[in-house]
Design a protein around this ligand. Structure first.
Ligand SMILES: [Cu+2]
Length: 119
């Protein structure tokens, strides 16, 4: 048992070391965003101009939506029990505040996802 734990720790340490250079050159990062009543978590994400990023959208509570003409995000419903993946390639740096695109209840008007697009 102790040996197994030690080996796991060694493996984790090794994996951590080798993951650093790989992460630095990741061509297509994935960002998980969870919708709930009435927020997106995380509330702010960062994309890089010209870098295709996969948004992996799920809901832990309620039906919500995301859409942005500026960022090329089609109208996408996000509901419990399913995963929506969207490829986003931002063209222009800036701060984009995306409002929940589906009327979801009392907190809908204040439900936003801030996307910071940086060079
Ligand atoms: Cu909403």
């Amino acid at each position: 048992m102790m040996n197994t734990l030690r080996n796991l720790a060694l493996f984790a340490a090794f994996a951590g070391l080798t993951a650093v250079p790989n992460a630095a050159v990741a061509a297509n990062p994935t960002i998980n965003v969870v919708a709930s009543n009435f927020k997106f978590t995380p509330g702010t994400i960062t994309l890089h101009v010209g870098q295709t990023t996969t948004l992996r959208l799920t809901s832990s509570e309620g039906v919500h939506g995301l859409q942005s003409d500026d960022l090329g995000i089609p109208m996408t419903a996000i509901q419990p029990g399913s995963v929506k993946t969207i490829q986003v390639t931002a063209k222009k740096a800036g701060k984009y505040v995306l409002h929940c695109a589906i009327m979801c209840g009392a907190g809908h008007a204040n439900m936003t996802l801030t996307v910071n697009v940086v060079p």
